[in-house]
Design a protein around this ligand. Sequence first.
Ligand SMILES: Cc1cc2nc3c(=O)[nH]c(=O)nc-3n(C[C@H](O)[C@H](O)[C@H](O)COP(=O)(O)O)c2cc1C
Length: 146
Amino acid sequence: MPSLLVVHHTPSPALQAVLETVREGVALVEGVELVVRPALSAGAADVLAADGILLGTPANIGYMSGALKHFFDTVYYPCLDATVGLPFGVYVHGNDDTSGALASIQRITGALRWKQVAAPLSLTGAPGTDDLAGCRELAATVAVSL
Ligand SMILES: Cc1cc2nc3c(=O)[nH]c(=O)nc-3n(C[C@H](O)[C@H](O)[C@H](O)COP(=O)(O)O)c2cc1C
């Protein structure tokens, strides 16, 4: 069964709501195993065992969170050759501007040569019904691609 790894940093209720909706989205797709790891505890073994990955982070000071950056610092060289073409998706939540965080993730996933299989999801402010529907769709889209 293909495995979808969700690597997330979830420091607030808004991001917890997003993560729960991600779980719902993956559950819409039959035959995909869901593995959820906080970014500070995820490692190369998790990535190497995954068939696809969904990244989730707040925007912090115009960049991805330090937690997600730590994840990339940890897995970059162990995964560099082994994960070319890995399907991935990403969501970023911020107060008002997620562009720097999204750009930083695009840069590093580009260097890893992962394959983006869903449009990046940018969320600002308290997640509303449409935002959460977008999260569900993002997660289901990545899951379907596996
Ligand atoms: C140190 C710090 C830096 C932040 N920088 C940004 C930022 O650059 N852009 C942005 O949109 N939000 C920024 N935020 C807001 C966080 O992204 C937001 O708090 C997080 O997504 C959780 O959302 P919530 O506070 O609504 O629960 C920052 C928050 C903190 C604590």
